[in-house]
Design a binder for this molecule. Structure first.
Ligand code: SAM
Length: 360
């Protein structure tokens, strides 16, 4: 045993570490990444799957960080250029990243920093997030993989950002469109008498519990499509990992369906399309996706409903207007109205339309 051990509190350790590194607000870290810095996500797989990832960052868990970064290590990552590569570490809350960044200074890295507040602050700042790719197979060394995926091609960042931010700021049960049980959707789906193994897609699904309810009712081929990675993640967290659900992170306006669906469901997405060109693109996807004889359920703000939602203008519809927007390819089976009660206590009238695609 050494005669005397120099003891340091964790606050001293932290302040020593932080005196040796650069600290970045989330937006500054994003700007630095766009300028060539590498953001290294040192969180574990569980947090990444639960909370999401930063598109374009590199995942190297804290436990193997030094071995993956030291240029003299036999286990170095092929994705780190060298000691002059600017590095910004990211953890959950911005504490262990500071300590880890300080050890990278010891390894000789010249520009090392971390993200103040970690991933939590990144989310709160409404910066881009993505869905974690599946963890690498256990036979592969952790932290050797490529950069985390960028947003899928065709997803406009500004729009994803709008919806991601709305969900992060208000929470999935605080947004005005939240409903604990999607009663009207479920009632309308029941009227269609759809086979339990038929393919169903929920367009602009958000964090809606429709998918949970369909699974409970035994439906076994459900696709959830949304432009918001935060929304998809919220639903993924809820449903069992092996549930028969396909996840599509996509903009419906640029999406090319690769299969047919027996039912297309959309509650409160279509009404955000306020230009003829956008509605035309939506209808092209709809016609390509729904099989002949397949059904469509669309719910939008009624003619006497709000003219904005989530800070965006909406197109309001009566039943006839909605039917004519859908065009002659679809035959109307029925229409109805419902009053949605928002979490803040407001009432939003909806117009619903159920239609079937002509067989020829
Ligand atoms: C008002 S929310 C409705 C969510 C859900 N349908 C519900 O009833 O709770 C609108 C949803 O549409 C999604 N969305 C908006 N524009 C979209 C687009 N172009 N492609 C795919 N999803 C879109 C948003 O991310 C958001 O989740």
């Amino acid at each position: 045993m050494p005669e005397s051990v120099h003891r340091c509190t964790i606050s001293q350790l932290l302040s020593d570490a932080r005196s040796r590194i650069e600290r970045f607000e989330p937006a500054q870290a994003l700007a630095a990444m766009r300028n060539g810095a590498t953001i290294i996500d040192i969180r574990g797989d569980t947090d990444r799957i639960h909370d999401g990832i930063i598109p374009g960052s590199l995942h190297i868990p804290r436990t193997v960080l030094e071995w993956r970064l030291d240029p003299d290590s036999d286990w170095r990552s092929p994705h780190i250029a060298g000691l002059d590569q600017p590095i910004i570490l990211l953890c959950d809350h911005g504490f262990s990243s500071s300590l880890a960044a300080s050890t990278l200074r010891d390894l000789g890295f010249q520009q090392v920093g971390d993200v103040i507040g970690g991933f939590e602050a990144w989310l709160q700042a409404g910066l881009p997030v993505g869905i974690a790719p599946p963890p690498r197979p256990a036979c592969e060394l952790p932290g050797m993989g490529p950069h985390d995926p960028e947003a899928p091609a065709g997803v406009p960042q500004s729009q994803q950002h709008h919806w991601d931010t709305a969900l992060v700021r208000q929470g999935s049960t605080g947004v005005s469109w939240y409903q604990p049980i999607p009663d009207t959707s479920l009632e309308l789906i029941e009227t269609l008498d759809i086979r339990r193994d038929a393919a169903i897609i929920d367009i602009g699904a958000g964090a809606s519990s429709l998918v949970d309810c369909l699974l409970t009712r035994g439906f076994s081929d459900i696709t959830v499509l949304d432009i918001s990675a935060v929304a998809l993640r919220a639903v993924q967290e809820r449903v069992p990992p092996h549930a028969p659900v396909r996840w599509l992170h996509a903009d419906v306006l640029t999406w090319n369906p690769t299969r047919h669906y027996a039912l297309w469901h959309d509650r409160a997405m279509f009404h955000f399309l306020v230009t003829p060109a956008d509605r035309q693109r939506y209808l092209e996807a709809l016609r390509a996706a729904v099989q002949p004889g397949g059904a469509v359920i669309i719910g939008v703000f009624a003619a006497d409903g709000p003219d904005h939602c989530s800070g965006l203008p909406v197109q309001r519809y009566g039943a006839d207007e909605l039917a004519s927007a859908l065009g002659p390819t679809f035959q109307v089976i029925g229409t109805t109205r419902s009053d949605h009660r928002t979490p803040a206590g407001g009432v939003q009238p909806f117009t619903w339309l159920v239609a079937r695609r002509q067989r020829s």
